[in-house]
Each structure stands twice: as structure tokens, then as C-alpha cells.
Design a protein around this ligand. Structure first.
Ligand code: ZN
Ligand code: ZN
Length: 326
């Protein structure tokens, strides 16, 4: 059984200055546009191919299997292990999770960690890279806020000073190398399903493996992850008071493998478990539990019963107001 542990506060750093050269802006815009539109083209191609060739069990297996593996790389690896250090594990699993998460095409590991720590330290306030709230006034503003928090933020370059937000892992040469090798892992993320498709169905199988296990899987993973930033700061329940607009959303909880219990997560960022109630399905937590049972993970951090009671919404008075959420 994992040992309950205190959730250690992370140091609050000022947000890095958002000053970019026009060259960096253009590069960021073009690479993100490429990363967003190519999977969309893949979906259209997949539907066209399915119309002519059908959609077989191998295609389904590659779509589902690659989705699970790459998303667990993000949820268990990028998020709970690397960003929040909510458990410790052996080096091969660290590398495996870093590689699998990179296959989701969400950028290099250490950039992801830096940006997400920035989100937690300035949630729904100035400096949060993807809050919907500075825009949320009126229907038009609300739509602009949704767009920014879901996808628009990805078109802005990484702030210059973001390195210091992942300084702990940057000093680790192995993890730094895993992060630098992002293009290799990303390539493998589309190459592996293509090769499996080739083995089962020749060149036709290779093409459908590339489309379903590669492009369409990336599209679904992108929107599932981005929904945590957008939907889970707009719709859902807030059982805990944490001074921001994070919400628990059942649908995102299931689709994003437990990450949709986002209010729980903002209340206890270091907790390895996000679905804190028995009915809050959290596949990523089940994976961490399995690693613990296999003695491959330890120092698992969970909120104590006292902390759960202390943070429960409105136990002794009104909630704090939600920052700049106006
Ligand atoms: Zn959040
Ligand atoms: Zn987080």
C-alpha cells in the first residue's frame, strides 16, 4: 500500500516575461498549425479509407492501444511523475513514460513540465498560460476564452524563462536527453503503428495503421488533454476550495484517463491519485497502484484525511473568490 504523505508546497516563482521575437512567434505558429491540422487531415483520410476498405480490428486495436499508451505517458509520466513528482519509480520506467508521452506530439517533456508548473502556480490569474478566464465576459469573450484555453495558447512560443520551472529535471542528464530526443519518439509514435499494420495487412495495413494508430490517435489525444485545460476550468463541480476555477468533469475524467478530476488535482497537486472517491474512475492511478504492487513505484504521495477535510468546499465559511475570473 502506498504511504500517505504530506503534499509539499512548490516555490512560487514570478511568471517569466512574455516577450518574443517575431521569428519565434512565426516558428511557433507554423509548427503548432502543422501539428494541429495534419492529424485533422488524418481523420478525414481515415474516414475516406474506412468507406472503401472498412475499419478492421487491427485498426481499432492500433487506435485504442496507441491512445492508451501515449496518453498514459502524458498522464502518469509527464504530469504525475515529472511535473508533480507524486511518486518515484525505476529509471527504465521513467524513460519509457517520457518516450510514450512524447509520442502524443505535445512537445518535449521538459517544456511540457515547465508550462504545466506555470499553470499551477498562476492558475486562472495573470501568468497562467492557458486560463479561459481573462477573456470570459459575454458570449463572444467566453468563446474566445474557450478557444484560448483549449488550443489558442499552443500557438504562442515558450517563454524564455520557463527553463527554471523544470530545473530539477534539467539537471538530470538522462531525462534531459529523453526530452531532447522528442523528434525521435514522435516519429516512433507514427512509425510503430505503421509497421504493425504492415505485418497484419501489407501496404494497405501500413497506411491504415499510420492513419488510425498515428494521426487520428494523436488528434484524439490532443483534444482529450486540451479539454483538461478548457472544459475542466469551465464546466463541472468544485468540491474543494483552491482559489481558482478548476472543476471535476466526469466525461473528461474518463476520456483523459483520470485527469478530468481536475478540481481534486488543483486542491492536491502532488497527489498521485486524482479520482479521490471510489466512483471517480482514474485509470492513471490504477496504473500507479499496479506499479506499487509490482514494487516498481514508491514514495507515492496522497492527501491525508485531515487535508481532505480541511480543503473540503465551504466547511466553515464562504469560498475565496476565484482570482481574476471576471
Ligand atoms: Zn488546471
Ligand atoms: Zn497538474
Amino acid at each position: 500500500m502506498p504511504t500517505p504523505n504530506e503534499t509539499a508546497p512548490e516555490p512560487i516563482l514570478p511568471p517569466p516575461p512574455q516577450v518574443y521575437s517575431s521569428g519565434r512567434k512565426v516558428l511557433s505558429f507554423v509548427t503548432t498549425l502543422f501539428g494541429v491540422t495534419v492529424p485533422l487531415v488524418g481523420l478525414v483520410a481515415g474516414m475516406y479509407l474506412a468507406w472503401g476498405w472498412g475499419f478492421g480490428w487491427v485498426d481499432f486495436g492500433l487506435l485504442f492501444g496507441m491512445y492508451l499508451l501515449s496518453m498514459l505517458g502524458v498522464t502518469v509520466g509527464f504530469h504525475r511523475l515529472f511535473t508533480h513528482r507524486s511518486f518515484q519509480t525505476v529509471r527504465p520506467i521513467e524513460i519509457l513514460l517520457g518516450a510514450l508521452g512524447s509520442m502524443s506530439f505535445q512537445g518535449p517533456l521538459l517544456d511540457w513540465v515547465g508550462r504545466h508548473r506555470l499553470h499551477h502556480q498562476h492558475s486562472d490569474k495573470e501568468g497562467d498560460p492557458h486560463s479561459p478566464y481573462p477573456h470570459a465576459r459575454g458570449v463572444k469573450g467566453w468563446l474566445a476564452g474557450f478557444w484560448h484555453s483549449h488550443i489558442g495558447w499552443a500557438f504562442t512560443p515558450m517563454p524564455d524563462g520557463l527553463d527554471r520551472y523544470a530545473g530539477d529535471w534539467r539537471r538530470d542528464s538522462v531525462i534531459r536527453t529523453v526530452s531532447v530526443l522528442f523528434p525521435l519518439w514522435a516519429f516512433l509514435g507514427v512509425f510503430i503503428p505503421s509497421v504493425i499494420g504492415l505485418c497484419f495487412g501489407g501496404w494497405q495495413g501500413a497506411l491504415t495503421g499510420f492513419v488510425w494508430g498515428g494521426l487520428v490517435r494523436i488528434l484524439l489525444g490532443h483534444h482529450a488533454t486540451w479539454s483538461v485545460n478548457s472544459i475542466c476550468h469551465l464546466w463541472g463541480k468544485k468540491p474543494f476550495a483552491c482559489g481558482d476555477e478548476s472543476r471535476n468533469n466526469v466525461l473528461v475524467g474518463i476520456v483523459a484517463l483520470g485527469e478530468g478530476w481536475h478540481n481534486n488535482h488543483h486542491a492536491f497537486p502532488s497527489s498521485a491519485r486524482h479520482g479521490l472517491k471510489w466512483w471517480q474512475f482514474d485509470l492513471s492511478w490504477l496504473v500507479i497502484r499496479t506499479l506499487v504492487i509490482c514494487r516498481l513505484a514508491w514514495k507515492v504521495r496522497l492527501p491525508s484525511r485531515g487535508e481532505l477535510i480541511a480543503r473540503a468546499e465551504n466547511p466553515a465559511g464562504p469560498l475565496p473568490t476565484a482570482g481574476t475570473a471576471s
